[in-house]
Design a protein around this ligand. Structure first.
Ligand code: UDP
Length: 353
C-alpha cells in the first residue's frame, strides 16, 4: 500500500484530504505542529474513517532533524505539503516569520525527500499567484502577477522551488540504465481558488483562531451570534451587483482533487515532471450572491452591511478548471447550497448546538 505524508494534516484542508486519502485506500501519516489548530479535526478524521491507528506526529516541519527522522522511520511515497502560515494581513506585518516558516518547512521536506531516494511532492498553492487580471477565467498559462503580500510571495517562491528541484532531478532521465536515480522528485502544484464548507458529517471543518479573515467563517459566526454583523467589503466594484466575484470550491471536492493528483503521480501518469492545476469550479459567485444563498438554504436572515473596500482585494477571479477536469478526471461536484449548508452544520456542531 502506498503511503502519503500529509504535513499540516490536522488543519482545515489537511484533515479533509486525510479522510479522502484513507477512503481511497492509502496509508497516511499526519504531521502537524498544531500552530493553527487543535485536535478537533484529527479526532473527527478518526471518527469519519473509523480508523484509530492513523500515525500522528506532532512536529514542526521547520525542524530539519525531525523531518529527516520522519522520513527514516516511514517509507514515504508522496508528500502533500500544507504546513504553512496563511494569514495575508499577518504576513504583511511579520514578513520574516512568514518567509522563515513557509520556506524552511518546504525546503526541509524536499531535502528529506531527496535524501531518501526521492518521492512525489504535491504543493498546496493558491489562485493568489494570479493577482488582479481582467482575462477571466484564469488558466494555468495565465501569467502570475507580482505578489501583493509576503504570504502570496511564499506561494510563488515555493512553486518555483518545486519546479527547480524537479528540473534538477529530471537530469537523471539522461542517465544510463541501472544508474543510481536516488533523489528523483516529481511535483504537482494545485492552485486552489476559495475553499469553503465542511465535511457532510460536520465532524471536521474550518476552525479560525480569533476574528475570521475569510468570508464564510465570518458569515457562519455572525449567523450563530459570535459576531454582530458581516461587513461586505465594497459594493461599488465593476461587477453585476457591485460586490467581488470569487470561485468558491467545496473543501471535500478540493480534497478529492488531491487524491486524483497523488494517484496521477504514483501511477506514473504525469505528462511533465512538474505540473500545475487550477482547482476551482469555473463558476463566479459574488459576495452578495453567496450571502443570499446562505440565507436561503439555511432558512435564516444574516445581519450584514456594506462597508468600504478591503485593501488588496481583487475585483474578480475564477478558474478555468478544464485542465484538472481533463487530466485528473476530477470535477467539482457539490452545489454551492450543499456547501453552505455544510458550513452552517459545522458551525452549529462546534457551538454544541
Ligand atoms: N469579504 C467580505 N467580508 C468579510 C470577508 C471577506 O466582504 O468579512 C469578501 C472579500 O472582500 C472578498 C470575498 O469576500 O471579496 C472573499 O474573501 P476571502 O477573504 O474569503 O478570500 P480571498 O478571495 O480574499 O482570498
Amino acid at each position: 500500500m502506498k503511503r502519503v505524508l500529509v504535513s499540516g494534516g490536522a488543519g482545515y484542508i489537511g484533515s479533509h484530504v486525510t479522510v479522502e486519502l484513507i477512503n481511497a485506500g492509502y496509508d497516511v501519516v499526519v504531521a502537524d505542529n498544531m500552530s493553527n489548530c487543535d485536535l478537533t479535526c484529527f479526532e473527527g478524521v478518526k471518527k469519519i474513517t473509523g480508523r484509530d491507528d492513523i500515525p500522528f506526529i506532532e512536529m514542526d516541519c521547520c525542524d530539519d532533524a525531525a523531518v529527516a527522522d520522519l522520513f527514516s522511520k516511514y517509507r514515504i511515497d508522496a508528500v502533500i505539503h500544507f504546513a504553512a502560515f496563511k494569514a495575508v494581513g499577518e504576513s504583511v506585518a511579520e514578513p520574516v516569520k512568514y518567509y522563515r516558516n513557509n520556506l524552511d518547512s518546504f525546503l526541509n521536506i524536499l531535502e528529506a525527500a531527496k535524501t531518501h531516494g526521492g518521492c512525489n511532492v504535491l504543493f498546496s498553492s493558491s489562485a493568489t499567484v494570479y493577482g488582479e487580471t481582467d482575462k477571466l477565467p484564469v488558466t494555468e498559462e495565465s501569467p502570475r502577477q507580482p505578489a501583493t503580500s509576503p504570504y502570496g510571495n511564499t506561494k510563488q517562491i515555493c512553486e518555483d522551488i518545486l519546479r527547480d528541484v524537479v528540473k534538477a532531478a529530471a537530469g537523471y532521465d539522461a542517465m544510463e540504465p541501472g544508474a543510481d536515480r536516488k533523489g528523483v522528485v516529481k511535483g504537482i502544484a494545485l492552485r486552489y481558488f476559495n475553499p469553503i464548507g465542511a465535511h457532510p458529517s460536520a465532524l471536521i471543518g474550518e476552525l479560525p483562531r480569533g476574528v475570521p479573515n475569510n468570508l464564510v467563517p465570518y458569515i457562519t459566526q455572525t449567523a450563530i451570534g459570535k459576531r454582530e454583523c458581516l461587513s461586505i467589503f465594497g459594493n461599488d466594484y465593476p461587477t453585476p451587483d457591485g460586490t467581488c466575484l470569487r470561485d468558491y470550491i467545496d473543501v471535500v471536492d478540493l480534497a478529492k482533487a488531491h487524491v486524483a493528483a497523488v494517484g496521477r503521480m504514483l501511477d506514473g501518469k504525469m505528462e511533465e515532471s512538474y505540473e500545475i492545476f487550477n482547482i476551482g469550479t469555473g463558476r463566479p459567485v459574488s459576495v452578495l450572491e453567496l450571502v443570499n444563498a446562505f440565507e436561503k438554504v439555511n432558512g435564516l436572515k444574516l445581519n450584514y452591511r456594506f462597508a468600504p473596500r478591503r485593501a488588496g482585494d481583487t475585483t474578480a477571479i475564477w478558474a478555468d478548471p478544464m485542465r484538472a477536469n481533463r487530466e485528473l478526471g476530477w470535477k467539482a461536484e457539490r452545489t454551492l447550497e450543499e456547501t453552505l449548508a455544510s458550513a452552517w452544520a459545522w458551525e452549529k456542531h462546534i457551538a454544541g448546538k
